[in-house]
Design a protein around this ligand. Structure first.
Ligand code: GUN
Length: 294
């Protein structure tokens, strides 16, 4: 069994990005700038944001954070988005999700200029991804594809089973794994909450991507020996032995499943660090106008 070390692959990619930023500055171009909007004080969102700001520093990006109270109105938030859409110094920006209940998340996503949508959540980017056109790809699916690529895993003609059909992971990762590309070119099956015979299907997977948000859902008897297992789960579970009182738990019962696999990602240190790196890659592409011309 080979552990896929997302943390060290992510560090390597950040170094490569920082080198490209140095080259841009040497050519007289401006420093890439990622902005973020954070509403309220959700614990998970705060720690995501801390990690994103740190990754920007490591890549040599400028980062700015706009914070708003939980009671911001939808109109005020839309005005803030419009400000970033029209700020020529901002190459890309994200609105951290989830948003408070009184705000229509989809309306907010659609207000973002798709050319600055480095989260890849805007319907233009989602649609382009689904038909194989260049676009900002949503960060976690892109991180998974990068992990497979950098680990030298051959995906062509393999059966990839995806657990979960969320808009930000399950659906786009299924599209990327199905695409006529490398990595990709898989036969893809997507399982979800209405799938009756999940273990029967997961046992057929050469590549199993677990993204359903259910701690330790994937057990040893659900995995074919020699499979590649990618664990996207990051649920906080109570752990009295930790100072924080919690630990991150993946969607895979790691200790039972790992000995069976050819490759597996740990939680933490697998997909998580790659997700943030994808955001950095998207920001670099936004700054260079690689996908959408200036
Ligand atoms: N909340 C959890 N993950 C993400 C993400 O990748 N982007 C945004 N905007 N919010 C999130």
């Amino acid at each position: 069994m080979q552990l896929i070390d997302g943390k060290s692959i992510a560090e390597q990619i950040k170094k490569e990005i920082a080198e490209q930023v140095e080259q841009m500055l040497a050519q007289g171009l401006k420093r890439p700038h990622l902005a973020a909007i954070l509403v309220g004080h959700d614990g998970g969102s705060e720690s995501y944001m801390t990690n994103k700001v740190r990754a920007c520093e490591q890549c040599g990006f400028k980062s700015t954070l706009q914070r708003y109270d939980e009671d911001i109105t939808e109109e005020e938030l839309l005005r803030a988005i419009d400000g970033l859409n029209n700020d020529p110094d901002v190459d890309g920006f994200i609105v951290q999700l989830p948003l408070p209940k009184h705000i229509d998340e989809q309306r907010v996503i659609e207000a973002i200029d798709y050319r600055k949508d480095v989260d890849g959540f805007h319907p233009v980017n989602v649609g382009r991804l689904s038909i194989g056109l260049p676009c900002f790809r949503s960060a976690t699916p892109q991180g998974i594809v990068n992990l497979l690529d950098r680990s030298g895993i051959d995906t062509r003609g393999k059966h990839c089973v995806v657990l979960g059909r969320s808009n930000i992971v399950g659906k786009p990762v299924a599209a990327l794994m199905m695409a006529k590309s490398k990595p990709g070119n898989c036969t893809v099956t997507v399982c979800h909450s209405a799938t009756p015979n999940i273990p029967e299907i997961t046992r057929q997977a050469d590549i199993l991507i677990a993204a359903l948000g259910s701690p330790a859902f994937v057990k040893a008897d659900m995995v074919k020996p020699g499979a590649v297992v990618i664990d996207v789960g990051t649920t906080r579970v109570a752990d009295a032995t930790r100072k924080s009182g919690w630990r991150l738990c993946g969607d895979v019962d790691f200790d039972a499943v790992a000995p069976l696999c050819s490759h597996i990602t740990p939680v933490p240190g697998g997909v998580g660090p790659m997700t943030i790196v994808s955001l950095m890659q998207n920001t670099l592409m936004a700054a260079k106008h690689t996908i959408y011309p200036a």
